[in-house]
Design a binder for this molecule. Structure first.
Ligand code: GRF
Length: 208
Protein backbone atom coordinates (compact mmCIF):
# COMPACT_ATOMS: atom_id res chain seq x y z
CA UNK A 1 0.00 0.00 0.00
CA UNK A 2 1.51 3.35 -1.05
CA UNK A 3 1.32 6.51 1.09
CA UNK A 4 -0.20 9.43 -0.81
CA UNK A 5 0.47 12.96 0.44
CA UNK A 6 -1.69 15.67 -1.17
CA UNK A 7 -0.55 19.31 -1.38
CA UNK A 8 -3.31 21.92 -1.54
CA UNK A 9 -3.89 25.66 -1.30
CA UNK A 10 -7.58 26.21 -1.91
CA UNK A 11 -11.05 24.69 -2.00
CA UNK A 12 -9.82 21.16 -2.48
CA UNK A 13 -12.37 19.76 -4.91
CA UNK A 14 -9.64 17.64 -6.47
CA UNK A 15 -8.66 16.44 -2.99
CA UNK A 16 -12.33 15.53 -2.45
CA UNK A 17 -12.32 13.56 -5.71
CA UNK A 18 -9.27 11.65 -4.44
CA UNK A 19 -10.88 10.97 -1.05
CA UNK A 20 -14.06 9.72 -2.76
CA UNK A 21 -12.05 7.60 -5.18
CA UNK A 22 -10.12 6.00 -2.33
CA UNK A 23 -13.38 5.18 -0.52
CA UNK A 24 -15.03 3.70 -3.58
CA UNK A 25 -12.00 1.60 -4.50
CA UNK A 26 -11.11 3.51 -7.68
CA UNK A 27 -7.68 4.12 -6.15
CA UNK A 28 -6.08 0.73 -5.72
CA UNK A 29 -3.09 0.07 -3.48
CA UNK A 30 -2.89 3.67 -2.19
CA UNK A 31 -4.03 5.61 0.88
CA UNK A 32 -4.10 9.37 1.47
CA UNK A 33 -2.09 9.65 4.67
CA UNK A 34 -1.57 13.41 4.91
CA UNK A 35 -2.76 16.70 3.41
CA UNK A 36 -0.34 19.63 3.41
CA UNK A 37 -1.55 23.15 2.73
CA UNK A 38 0.34 26.32 1.81
CA UNK A 39 -2.47 28.31 3.45
CA UNK A 40 -3.75 27.81 7.02
CA UNK A 41 -7.33 28.73 6.05
CA UNK A 42 -7.67 26.54 2.95
CA UNK A 43 -11.04 24.77 2.90
CA UNK A 44 -9.20 21.68 1.68
CA UNK A 45 -7.90 21.26 5.25
CA UNK A 46 -11.48 21.00 6.53
CA UNK A 47 -12.18 18.29 3.95
CA UNK A 48 -9.10 16.38 5.19
CA UNK A 49 -10.09 16.69 8.87
CA UNK A 50 -13.65 15.56 8.15
CA UNK A 51 -12.14 12.41 6.71
CA UNK A 52 -9.67 11.83 9.56
CA UNK A 53 -6.65 12.57 7.41
CA UNK A 54 -3.75 14.22 9.20
CA UNK A 55 -2.91 17.78 8.12
CA UNK A 56 0.09 20.10 8.04
CA UNK A 57 0.60 23.70 6.97
CA UNK A 58 3.81 24.99 5.40
CA UNK A 59 3.97 28.62 4.29
CA UNK A 60 6.63 29.98 1.95
CA UNK A 61 6.47 33.30 3.85
CA UNK A 62 7.74 31.62 7.02
CA UNK A 63 11.13 30.92 5.42
CA UNK A 64 13.86 33.44 4.70
CA UNK A 65 14.98 31.93 1.44
CA UNK A 66 13.37 29.77 -1.20
CA UNK A 67 16.00 27.12 -0.69
CA UNK A 68 15.19 26.90 3.06
CA UNK A 69 11.54 26.42 2.12
CA UNK A 70 12.42 23.81 -0.50
CA UNK A 71 14.47 21.90 2.05
CA UNK A 72 11.76 22.07 4.73
CA UNK A 73 9.06 20.83 2.37
CA UNK A 74 11.29 17.95 1.24
CA UNK A 75 11.99 16.98 4.86
CA UNK A 76 8.30 17.21 5.76
CA UNK A 77 7.36 14.89 2.89
CA UNK A 78 10.12 12.43 3.85
CA UNK A 79 8.95 12.50 7.49
CA UNK A 80 5.45 11.58 6.24
CA UNK A 81 6.89 8.58 4.35
CA UNK A 82 5.37 9.87 1.12
CA UNK A 83 5.56 7.39 -1.75
CA UNK A 84 3.55 9.71 -3.99
CA UNK A 85 3.00 13.48 -3.77
CA UNK A 86 -0.08 14.91 -5.49
CA UNK A 87 -0.41 18.61 -6.29
CA UNK A 88 -4.14 19.31 -6.14
CA UNK A 89 -4.36 23.05 -6.62
CA UNK A 90 -1.07 23.76 -4.83
CA UNK A 91 -0.19 27.38 -5.58
CA UNK A 92 3.48 27.48 -4.53
CA UNK A 93 6.29 26.66 -6.98
CA UNK A 94 8.32 23.56 -6.07
CA UNK A 95 12.10 23.76 -5.85
CA UNK A 96 14.95 21.62 -7.13
CA UNK A 97 15.38 19.65 -3.90
CA UNK A 98 11.83 18.38 -3.64
CA UNK A 99 11.51 17.72 -7.38
CA UNK A 100 14.76 15.78 -7.59
CA UNK A 101 14.09 13.81 -4.40
CA UNK A 102 10.66 12.78 -5.65
CA UNK A 103 11.52 12.34 -9.32
CA UNK A 104 8.52 10.87 -11.19
CA UNK A 105 6.71 10.61 -7.86
CA UNK A 106 4.93 13.99 -7.96
CA UNK A 107 1.69 14.20 -9.95
CA UNK A 108 0.03 17.52 -10.89
CA UNK A 109 -3.36 18.18 -12.46
CA UNK A 110 -3.42 21.00 -15.03
CA UNK A 111 -6.75 22.31 -16.36
CA UNK A 112 -5.88 22.29 -20.08
CA UNK A 113 -4.53 19.90 -22.71
CA UNK A 114 -0.76 20.33 -22.34
CA UNK A 115 1.16 21.71 -24.30
CA UNK A 116 -1.67 24.23 -24.82
CA UNK A 117 -2.29 26.94 -22.24
CA UNK A 118 0.39 25.84 -19.82
CA UNK A 119 3.67 27.00 -18.34
CA UNK A 120 4.47 30.05 -16.27
CA UNK A 121 1.50 32.30 -15.55
CA UNK A 122 -1.09 29.75 -16.65
CA UNK A 123 -2.98 28.93 -13.48
CA UNK A 124 -6.54 29.20 -12.22
CA UNK A 125 -8.98 31.11 -14.40
CA UNK A 126 -6.14 32.48 -16.57
CA UNK A 127 -5.90 29.09 -18.29
CA UNK A 128 -9.56 29.18 -19.30
CA UNK A 129 -9.45 32.85 -20.28
CA UNK A 130 -6.60 32.05 -22.67
CA UNK A 131 -8.47 29.08 -24.14
CA UNK A 132 -11.59 31.19 -24.75
CA UNK A 133 -9.51 34.03 -26.23
CA UNK A 134 -8.02 31.58 -28.72
CA UNK A 135 -11.42 30.12 -29.57
CA UNK A 136 -10.42 26.47 -29.17
CA UNK A 137 -13.33 24.06 -29.46
CA UNK A 138 -11.78 21.48 -27.15
CA UNK A 139 -9.90 22.00 -23.93
CA UNK A 140 -9.58 19.58 -21.03
CA UNK A 141 -7.21 18.46 -18.33
CA UNK A 142 -3.82 16.77 -18.03
CA UNK A 143 -2.41 14.67 -15.19
CA UNK A 144 1.37 14.68 -15.43
CA UNK A 145 4.53 14.12 -13.45
CA UNK A 146 6.32 17.22 -12.22
CA UNK A 147 9.82 18.03 -13.38
CA UNK A 148 11.80 21.27 -13.34
CA UNK A 149 10.08 22.61 -16.45
CA UNK A 150 6.76 24.23 -15.49
CA UNK A 151 3.97 21.87 -16.73
CA UNK A 152 6.65 20.05 -18.75
CA UNK A 153 6.86 16.65 -17.06
CA UNK A 154 5.76 13.30 -18.53
CA UNK A 155 2.04 13.23 -19.38
CA UNK A 156 0.11 10.41 -17.70
CA UNK A 157 -3.53 10.95 -18.77
CA UNK A 158 -5.41 13.62 -20.72
CA UNK A 159 -9.13 14.10 -21.23
CA UNK A 160 -10.75 16.48 -23.71
CA UNK A 161 -13.79 18.58 -22.82
CA UNK A 162 -15.97 20.54 -25.24
CA UNK A 163 -15.82 24.34 -25.21
CA UNK A 164 -19.27 25.80 -25.90
CA UNK A 165 -20.24 29.08 -27.52
CA UNK A 166 -20.94 31.63 -24.79
CA UNK A 167 -18.79 29.91 -22.13
CA UNK A 168 -17.33 32.16 -19.48
CA UNK A 169 -13.99 31.20 -17.87
CA UNK A 170 -15.91 30.12 -14.75
CA UNK A 171 -18.36 27.92 -16.69
CA UNK A 172 -15.53 26.28 -18.64
CA UNK A 173 -13.49 25.77 -15.46
CA UNK A 174 -16.42 23.99 -13.81
CA UNK A 175 -17.08 21.74 -16.83
CA UNK A 176 -13.40 20.78 -17.06
CA UNK A 177 -13.26 19.98 -13.35
CA UNK A 178 -16.41 17.84 -13.43
CA UNK A 179 -15.77 16.03 -16.71
CA UNK A 180 -12.00 15.72 -16.63
CA UNK A 181 -9.97 16.72 -13.55
CA UNK A 182 -11.99 14.82 -10.95
CA UNK A 183 -11.84 11.68 -13.12
CA UNK A 184 -8.30 11.57 -14.46
CA UNK A 185 -6.46 12.64 -11.30
CA UNK A 186 -7.70 9.65 -9.22
CA UNK A 187 -7.08 7.37 -12.21
CA UNK A 188 -3.48 8.61 -12.59
CA UNK A 189 -2.92 8.19 -8.84
CA UNK A 190 -4.21 4.63 -8.99
CA UNK A 191 -2.02 3.75 -11.99
CA UNK A 192 0.99 5.01 -10.01
CA UNK A 193 0.03 3.09 -6.87
CA UNK A 194 -0.45 -0.08 -8.92
CA UNK A 195 3.05 0.36 -10.44
CA UNK A 196 1.56 0.64 -13.92
CA UNK A 197 3.51 3.72 -15.04
CA UNK A 198 7.06 3.53 -16.40
CA UNK A 199 8.86 6.67 -17.52
CA UNK A 200 11.18 6.09 -20.47
CA UNK A 201 12.93 9.06 -22.14
CA UNK A 202 10.53 11.50 -20.47
CA UNK A 203 7.50 9.59 -21.81
CA UNK A 204 5.08 7.95 -19.38
CA UNK A 205 4.25 4.46 -20.61
CA UNK A 206 1.10 2.97 -19.11
CA UNK A 207 0.52 -0.79 -18.81
CA UNK A 208 -3.17 -1.54 -18.21
C1 GRF B 1 -7.86 23.08 -10.34
O1 GRF B 1 -8.43 23.75 -11.43
C2 GRF B 1 -6.57 22.44 -10.77
O2 GRF B 1 -6.57 22.07 -12.10
C3 GRF B 1 -5.59 23.54 -10.57
O3 GRF B 1 -6.03 24.22 -9.42
C4 GRF B 1 -7.42 24.03 -9.25
C5 GRF B 1 -7.64 23.49 -7.86
O4 GRF B 1 -8.97 23.43 -7.46
N1 GRF B 1 -4.24 23.03 -10.54
P1 GRF B 1 -9.36 22.64 -6.13
O5 GRF B 1 -8.63 23.31 -4.95
O6 GRF B 1 -8.97 21.21 -6.28
O7 GRF B 1 -10.84 22.81 -5.99
Amino acid sequence: MKNIVVLVSGGGTNLQALIDAEKSGIIKNGKITCVISSKPDAYALTRARENNISTEVIRRADFESFSDYDKALTELLISKNADLVVLAGFMTILGHEVISHFENRIINIHPALIPSFCGEGFYGLRVHEAALRKGVKLSGATAHFVNEECDGGPIIIQKAVEVKYGDTPEVLQKRIMEQAEWKILPKAVSLFCEDKIKVINNIACISE
